[in-house]
Write a protein that binds this ligand. Structure first.
Ligand code: F6R
Length: 614
């Protein structure tokens, strides 16, 4: 949500900013803008436009008409004030000498705005961000301090979550960056420096980055970057090397990132799983939780949002079976308001692709306050959640650009299963032969996924049969229910078809009244132990006129086909791993349905990749 990029160097800034912003488009936005300082005129030029980045790019001829080598850019996702040119960022102070781009929310902006208006400061936008630009200028003028000091004073007055990029025409050889509860990355180049909310925006230019921590301020110049802590004392930041390839964040010939990422799953799974299985054992490098600690855990509490929460739902079934300890799953947005029963003996497992989801971060902090240890399963290295956790299991899925998650979901599930197996071994709760069988099967998941992907044309055909339904139900039991939650979310978020997931046994307690002639029911029957029951539910909805698209394992295809209208299959695997395979046809189905409906697949309406507001 919202994207920031900043550049100070020797090249023309505007094309670099536009390119960086294009890499942040996936985060979701409704308007974009840039501010660039021109050494020739001594002025700052600000261009902003509602709509896609292309509107801004056309306005400034791809950057060619904007002179200057220092600038900031932003893609905005409206929170305070509707999407409009005037509410877009950068927001400028009344003199036009200070420009600010901002991710997050200034919670006390109304109070500060009325204070500034009382001092005669006029406002032009409805945004909370304009308050920051005006307040910095107010301190510069009123207190006769330089820009850095004025920023420091401003920070002492504002409350909320923010990542800020600040450009001041009176100190035109530098940018100032500030971070609190919203990610910001610093990039180190030859004779130039960068700031960005996401590595993808600057990786074309540098692989040397550092991750700002809460309360830190950075001054970026052509010569380098100086960071300060919250007391404005100079600090040294660790510089990390980003080792993934640029084309990992490019479409590479595919029409959509989502499709590319679905197809990348076998490789992502290999990266996540292979290094963690050695000689028939789960191997977690530098894993700090001792066997005593693991034995002493009273329960696991999984917290996450959206698809990551759905991974947690599978995890509840799988982990309770593996480790015979209680596993609770909570939506991160609910967790901190539900007075959760958490203490020192609770291990809180936080799942997040981005590592920046605000609700998930807030849940993590609440769990820590209550005394729990935090283990996170995260994709984005160096993200806020990763850095605030006691233990991190990275998913190593590579950058995920499409808003709808695919490879991150699969690898999160693999990491969670590995964690369960690791614990089970220490707790002695799993038969050794079964443990080994699961590990062998895990290593086979990538090639089994490849087999499913190679039959994608069949799924495209099913999508062509059902893409014009207006309402869909996903039903299943046990892990098939948890899988249905994800299948349903995938479909609704990118195709805009109303869709719900139900535990099959719940149908008769209300929902079955919605089944009528032609209603599409996606019946999930991969879980061997409950296959007969899954069949009964298929018969039940068929009898009420439903069209049934079923998903089952190869060995059950024939039986399922006797009743269902159409059947998708996955190869046989261990029960614990069925959702890892089952999700692939559901992702493909959602993708092809959305494609046939002409939807904006990579950037569905109203959605953002990284949800950094509550
Ligand atoms: C759906 C999707 C979202 C995310 C959710 C949590 O396809 O991607 O539901 O799973 O917003 O995001 P992370 O995992 O980044 O915390």
């Amino acid at each position: 949500m919202c994207g920031i990029v900043g550049y100070v160097g020797r090249e023309q800034a505007a094309p670099i900013l536009l390119d960086g912003l294009s890499k942040l488009e996936y985060r979701g936005y409704d308007s974009a803008g840039v501010a660039v300082y021109s050494e020739k005129t001594g002025e700052m030029a600000v261009y902003k436009a509602k709509g896609r980045l292309k509107v801004l790019s056309d306005l400034i001829e791809g950057g060619a008409m904007v002179d200057g080598t220092v600038g900031i850019g932003h893609t905005r996702w409206a929170t305070h004030g509707a999407p409009s040119d005037v509410n877009s960022h950068p927001q400028v102070s009344r003199s036009g000498r200070i420009a600010v781009v901002h991710n997050g929310i200034i919670e006390n902006y109304a109070e500060l705005k009325s204070f500034l208006m009382d001092q005669g400061v006029p406002f032009t936008s409805e945004t909370d961000t304009e308050v920051v630009a005006q307040l910095i200028e107010y301190f510069c003028e009123q207190d006769q301090v330089d820009i850095l000091e004025a920023v420091g004073r401003c920070l002492r007055r504002i409350e909320g979550a923010y990542a800020l990029g600040i450009l001041c025409a009176d100190a035109p050889d530098q940018l100032i960056a500030v971070r609190k509860d919203s990610p910001l990355i610093l990039g180190y180049g030859e004779g130039c420096s960068f700031l960005a909310s996401d590595v993808t925006a600057i990786i074309r230019h540098t692989r040397s980055v550092s991750y700002m921590d809460d309360g830190e301020v950075a001054v970026l110049t052509r010569e380098g970057i100086q960071c300060y802590n919250h007391l404005m004392q100079p600090i040294e930041k660790e510089i990390c090397h980003v080792d993934w390839e640029i084309d990992a964040a490019e479409k590479g010939g595919y029409e959509h990132f989502m499709f590319k990422e679905i197809m990348e799953q076998p490789e992502a799974m290999r990266r996540c799983i292979s290094p963690r299985i050695r000689d028939g054992e789960v191997f977690l490098e530098n894993f700090p939780l001792s066997d005593d600690y693991i034995r002493n855990i009273s329960k696991l509490y999984i917290v996450a949002c959206g698809s990551s929460y759905h991974v947690g739902m599978v995890g509840k079934y799988n982990l309770e079976r593996m480790i015979r300890k209680s596993v609770e799953v909570a939506l991160a947005s609910e967790f901190r308001y539900m007075n959760p029963i958490v203490d020192e003996r609770t291990l809180v497992v936080v799942i997040s692709q981005s590592g920046e989801t605000l609700d998930t971060m807030a849940a993590l902090r609440e769990a820590r306050r209550l005394g729990a240890k935090i283990l996170s399963i995260v994709n984005v290295v160096g993200s806020s959640i990763a850095r605030e956790s006691d233990v991190v299991l990275y998913t190593w899925a590579g950058p995920e650009i499409a808003v709808a998650t695919t490879k991150a979901y699969s690898t999160q599930m693999a990491a969670l299963n590995l964690l369960g197996l690791y614990f089970a071994r220490r707790l002695g709760t799993m038969d050794l032969a079964e443990y080994r069988r699961v590990l062998e099967e895990m290593l086979l998941l990538p090639e089994k996924m490849e087999a499913i992907l190679s039959s994608k044309d069949d799924i495209q055909y099913f999508a062509s049969q059902y893409f014009n339904h207006s309402s869909v139900f996903f039903i299943g039991r046990n892990v098939d229910y948890a899988l249905g939650l994800e299948g349903s979310l995938k479909l609704k978020e990118i195709s805009y078809i109303h869709s719900e997931a139900y535990a099959s046994g719940e149908l008769k307690h209300g929902t079955i009244s919605l089944i009528e002639d032609g209603t599409l029911v996606v019946a999930l029957g991969t879980y061997r132990k409950l296959f007969e029951k899954a069949m009964s539910n298929v018969v039940e909805v068929k009898a009420r006129g439903a069209d049934v698209l079923a998903l089952t394992t190869e060995s059950h295809r024939e039986e399922m086909a006797k009743t269902a209208n159409a059947v998708m299959t996955i190869p046989e695997t261990h029960d614990l791993l069925l959702p890892s395979l089952g999700v692939v046809p559901l992702q493909l189905f959602a993708y092809y349905v959305a494609l046939m409906r002409g939807c904006d697949i990579d950037k569905p309406r109203n959605l953002a990749k990284s949800v950094t507001v509550e």
